[in-house]
Design a protein around this ligand. Structure first.
Ligand code: NDP
Ligand code: 2IT
Length: 445
């Protein structure tokens, strides 16, 4: 396998999908040597079968807004790979959604899910629908219309969607209700459900908490066992960012930034638990903007900016893809940043990753660091199958163990000659080997 050749073929077949090409490129570079050491992989053309999704469903979603107008959006589900378990991965509702974004996410998800130790394949879906400015009823009608099509290709043993950007407990509830109505079955077909109808404790917290558990595993290698004295920059202010902040505060760290698509706040005094409770309320109840935080607590607000030029020792990008570029990475290093752990999927550009690796800081790539969310989704599937629910402590302990196991896998496959752990390489090789072995055993299908 020659990376450039595989990539050129992919670009010719699927032009104008830069995020997908970017995600594939990163993995191919990491696994090239290992792949080529196994001639049997090439004989089965494993690489093409692994890079191209098994199937993609795309459909029109029409729904009626509050004014009586008929609106139309696009809906998609990318079923990438089910070699080790049912397709599993979130749904993203955001105006920027198009097949290239979902293909990158489904590709990443396949390796991420392989790392979790749980039997889950990779998938992703969503729509270019944006919930911004929509009423609760409009969101319900959209979710129902979306599920009218999606229900045809998902199922508890086939494909189990969950949340992602723009899809939280409210949207999952509406989609679950419609699935149940259409199929007349109550199963664990979606994860991230409400606690009253099969949801798992800790699922809302899992991605953020998991990222901090992964970070602590990395920092432990330098003898750092808590976050006291650490200054932490977080981007985003949604599900992942807010629970990340909660865990950082619990472990004694000082959170100085959060962001949304309009700008970021820098609170030099630190965003403490009380202020964070306000952020939760602002985001989840009022669906407001962070600017309101800056007005309320009289702190710095930068319109349209990204938080990476602010002084911090730890950076946790938790908003979206390519939100941290090479210049941002240089700024972080210049300011003394010792660790970057990704809550979001592919938030760092290839140039930024190169800067982190060159400076040998702790760098936890998303597919390892943010795997806590899908891991607890996997635990939700288990609980649904058993028709029982575990306590908060039990789920949290399992999450900690999974994040520690993922860290171990990265160390196993990513340790370089001088002892530096290249977590990108480690995560990519560990995830790839598991999926590759399963695909080899199952023949060319
Ligand atoms: P939410 O919708 O809850 O929050 C997203 C946050 O990111 C919001 O603050 C949003 O701002 C901001 N944001 C989104 N798009 C952009 C953009 N283009 N530019 C700037 N800011 C943006 O999503 P999540 O917290 O669930 O997801 C955040 C990231 O974490 C995503 O990359 C997702 O794929 C990843 N992830 C999520 C998991 C989960 O379990 N939810 C699991 C693993 C990874 P605004 O409100 O202004 O749009
Ligand atoms: O990117 C991700 O891992 C998620 N959005 C969570 C997927 C899931 O199935 O819980």
């Amino acid at each position: 396998m020659k990376v450039e050749q595989v990539l050129d073929n992919l670009k010719r077949r699927f032009p104008n999908e830069p995020e997908y090409h970017q995600a594939v490129h990163e993995v191919l570079e990491s696994i090239e040597e290992v792949y080529n050491a196994h001639p049997e992989f090439e004989k089965q053309n494993l690489i093409e079968r692994l890079c191209i999704p098994d199937r993609i469903l795309s459909f029109r979603v029409s729904w009626i807004d509050d004014k009586g107008n008929v609106q139309t959006n696009m809906g998609y589900r990318v079923q990438h790979n089910n070699a080790i378990g049912p397709y599993k991965g979130g749904l993203r509702f955001h105006a920027s959604v198009y097949p290239g974004i979902l293909k990158f996410l489904a590709f990443e998800q396949t390796f991420k899910n392989a790392l979790t130790t749980l039997p889950m394949g990779g998938g992703k879906g969503g729509s270019d629908f944006s919930s911004k400015g929509k009423s609760d009823r409009e969101i319900m009608r959209f979710c129902q219309a979306f599920m009218l099509e999606l229900n045809n290709i998902i199922g508890p043993d086939t494909d189990v969607p969950a949340g992602d950007i723009g899809v939280g407990g409210r949207e999952i509830g509406y989609m679950f209700g419609m699935y149940k109505k259409l199929r007349n079955e109550v199963t664990g077909v979606l994860t991230g459900k409400g606690l009253e109808f099969g949801g798992s404790l800790i699922r809302p917290e899992a991605t953020g908490y998991g990222n901090i558990y992964f970070l602590m595993n990395m920092l432990k290698r330098k003898g750092i066992n808590d976050l006291k004295g650490q200054v932490v920059a977080i981007s985003g202010s949604g599900n992942v960012a807010t629970y990340t902040a909660e865990k950082v505060i619990e472990l004694g760290g000082k959170v100085v930034t959060l962001s949304d698509s309009n700008g970021y706040i820098y609170d030099a005094d630190g965003i403490d638990s009380e202020k964070l409770a306000y952020v939760f309320e602002l985001k989840n109840i009022y669906r407001g903007r962070l600017k309101e935080y800056a007005d309320k607590y009289n702190c710095k607000y930068v319109e349209g900016g990204r938080p990476w030029t602010e002084k911090c020792t730890i950076a946790l990008p938790s908003a979206t893809q390519n939100e941290l570029n090479g210049e941002d990475a240089e700024a972080l290093i210049a300011n003394g940043c010792i660790a970057v752990s990704e809550g979001a999927n592919m938030p760092s550009t290839p140039e930024a990753i190169a800067v982190f690796l060159k400076n040998k800081i702790f760098y936890g790539p998303g597919k390892a660091a943010n795997a806590g969310g899908v891991s607890v989704s996997g635990l939700e599937m288990t609980q649904n199958s058993m028709r029982l629910s575990w306590t908060k402590v039990e789920v949290d302990e399992r999450l900690k163990k999974i994040m520690s196991d993922i860290h171990e896998s990265c160390v196993k496959y990513g340790t370089e000659a001088d002892g530096f752990v290249n977590y990108v390489k480690g995560a990519n090789i560990a995830g790839f080997m598991k999926v590759a072995k399963a695909m080899m055993a199952q023949g060319v299908i």
